[in-house]
Write a protein that binds this ligand. Structure first.
Ligand SMILES: NC(=O)c1ccc[n+]([C@@H]2O[C@H](COP(=O)([O-])OP(=O)(O)OC[C@H]3O[C@@H](n4cnc5c(N)ncnc54)[C@H](OP(=O)(O)O)[C@@H]3O)[C@@H](O)[C@H]2O)c1
Length: 338
């Protein structure tokens, strides 16, 4: 098979296209013929600095494809199933930027008739967004239609991949969603994702605009840039509300005023998808799969998530595009599976 491999960390030039034997699924694993691999910022961050315990790494946490073989202890009936993959390359060298990957069976989730492109967009962004919408004290543990019907959610950075996923999941769960963006083009994307209200944080006063929509403040803030937005977030939380911080874009440290956060019993919840509690992750996988099955998740420009396709051989360019801040989702087509 063809696979992308790197044997030392560095810029995209460390990514090599190699030929290697198709791997054998071990006990509890499935072999998946990858159709589409999704690229996330975590893939280039890992390529730049994560250690390589196996001495090599195929990048790519997310992907979608078809189960081609199963290892010991795995139901044979899964062979031929269309699946989406999550965290393929977390503490394993077998990422999705290859024609085949091996992965524990619980990380290969039935995709039904949804497209491989959609399947490859789910893992990192949607599981992170799910955590941000369920981690607070007053948030539901599960998402489903109606679960957030009395909630107002503010998504900071609504045209980002995680922002888009947060808008889509929150809307599927019937929340009122306000999103912030930096341009008119991104405002269109956030609205296409389903945001009921969009605020341009470069041109408008976010506190003033959100207060018009939610006079008592918002229940949940899904935060990509806490360092830049902390002062705004503090002014917008309602009693019992939570800011769920999933990134350090725009600054690595945050300063918080204690008393204005004590009074509403507010919560600052930090989120890393890889290390979130196992039960919460399992629930996220179930809920995201349900949202997909119910048609609650879409991709493409019309869903606020423009897709940018690259070939497997062009993986370095795909990584570079994400590193450069591509708007939407960068996908790598690996085979003609399915
Ligand atoms: N904790 C986790 O488990 C986890 C999971 C997934 C991703 N991440 C991290 O989250 C970050 C975003 O990932 P992504 O895939 O969503 O990237 P992305 O598609 O590039 O989105 C980032 C978005 O943030 C917006 N943004 C930046 N500064 C902002 C600000 N001050 N206010 C509002 N919006 C702002 C950007 O737009 P403008 O600059 O135009 O506003 C952009 O739309 C990355 O650092 C990634 O590594 C963490």
């Amino acid at each position: 098979m063809k696979a992308i491999v790197y044997e030392r960390t560095g810029d995209p030039s460390v990514l090599q296209v190699v030929d290697r034997p198709v791997p054998e699924p071990g006990p509890g694993e499935v072999l998946v013929r990858v159709a589409v691999s999704g690229v996330n910022p975590t893939d280039w961050k890992a390529r730049r600095q994560w250690p390589l315990p196996a001495g090599w790494q195929t990048p790519g946490q997310d992907g979608a494809g078809v189960v081609e073989a199963v290892g010991e202890g795995v139901d044979q009936q899964l062979i031929g199933s269309r699946v989406w993959l999550w965290e393929a390359a977390w503490q394993r060298p077998w990422g999705t930027a290859a024609e085949y990957t091996v992965i524990p069976v619980r990380q290969a989730v039935p995709l039904g008739s949804a497209s491989f492109d959609l399947g490859a967009c789910l893992g990192i962004p949607f599981l992170t967004a799910h955590r941000c919408l369920t981690a607070g004290e007053y948030m539901p543990e599960k998402l489903h239609a109606g679960a957030l019907s009395d909630h107002t959610v503010l998504v900071q950075g609504g045209a980002g991949a995680v922002g888009n996923a947060a808008i889509q999941l929150a809307r599927w769960a019937d929340a009122c969603v306000v999103a912030t963006v930096s341009s008119a083009e991104k405002a269109q994307l956030a609205a296409a994702a389903g945001a009921s209200f969009v605020v341009n944080y470069r041109e408008q006063d976010v506190v003033e605009e959100v207060r018009k929509i939610a006079p008592d403040g918002v229940h949940t803030i899904v935060e990509v840039s806490a360092a830049r937005n902390a002062a705004t977030d503090v002014q917008l939380l309602r009693a019992g509300g939570a800011v769920c911080v999933y990134a350090d874009d725009g600054g690595a440290e945050v300063t918080l005023p204690i008393r204005p956060l004590m009074v509403p019993n507010a919560r600052w919840q930090f989120v890393l998808v890889y290390t979130e509690p196992k039960a919460a992750k399992a629930q996220a996988v179930r809920d995201v799969a349900a949202a997909v099955a119910q048609g609650g998740v879409r991709v493409g420009e019309e869903a606020g998530l423009p897709l940018h396709h690259y070939s497997l051989e062009a993986t370095a360019a795909a990584h570079q595009a994400v590193e450069n801040g591509a708007v939407g989702k960068v996908l790598i087509g690996t085979t003609d599976a399915g």
